[in-house]
Design a protein around this ligand. Sequence first.
Ligand SMILES: O=C(O)c1cc(=O)[nH]c(=O)n1[C@@H]1O[C@H](COP(=O)(O)O)[C@@H](O)[C@H]1O
Length: 273
Amino acid sequence: MNRQELIDQIQLKKSFLCIGLDVDITKIPAHLLTEEDPIFAFNKQIIDATAHLAVAYKPNTAFYEAYGIKGWKALEKTINYINDNYPEIFTIADAKRGDIGNTSTMYAKAFFEDLNFDSVTVAPYMGSDSVEPFLAFENKTTILLALTSNKGGLDFQGLKTENNELYKEVLKTAITWKNSENLMFVVGATKAEYFSTIREIVPNHFLLVPGVGAQGGNLQDVCKYGLNKDCGLLINSSRGIIYAGNDENFAIKAQEEALKLQQEMEIILNENN
Ligand SMILES: O=C(O)c1cc(=O)[nH]c(=O)n1[C@@H]1O[C@H](COP(=O)(O)O)[C@@H](O)[C@H]1O
């Protein structure tokens, strides 16, 4: 999926919601545990109940890798289900990869070709030749960690360099790389006060913003300085949506939580037009 198709979906659905499919088997409703593949059964119901409200889904691969081959199969079934039934949805493999060039190419093939995700999250720490192999894939997006939502995010990302803080160097340098139009950046919702500075450096790129919901980030605060002319934001909530209920009604409860965020987003988009 390309940038314009994503923007079209945002306008059509009046939503820039990304739902995180971070499925912990100890937290899913008990009645699903008798299913052959409880994780996929859970995801399928969440997706069917929320696809009209969201423009993106983001499975974090840790939650699948933790269950070995069964988990990876559930991830594969989930991405195939989305691509087959909701091809208009932007998909994010939250895998936070990045390595020397030839290894990064293999990570990119795993997520872009084998699993056919639209995008993957990547760590910038190893520099240009660790990220450019991801950027080389046409119609695929590389989502680079810039300023993360966690408390320790500032341990390194906030370090002062000669002229800047490190996260600003990441942004400034990454936009000079080959195929940098294929980049998005991760900025945590818990760091809302940084968005105006970030938008000075990357006015046009999309930002993936996790941290709304369970981590306490605020949608309004993020939008105040984070929105751009194309919206330019994907706001993720995982636990706040998918674990809203814990019985047979879990998908309806998830839908209700997604709807609350979508309705807030609709107002924000209308105000911004
Ligand atoms: O790359 C991410 O998605 C990410 C970056 C970040 O700075 N903070 C962050 O929470 N995430 C991910 O976003 C999701 C947040 O989940 P909830 O806190 O349950 O909404 C998890 O999958 C995290 O791994």
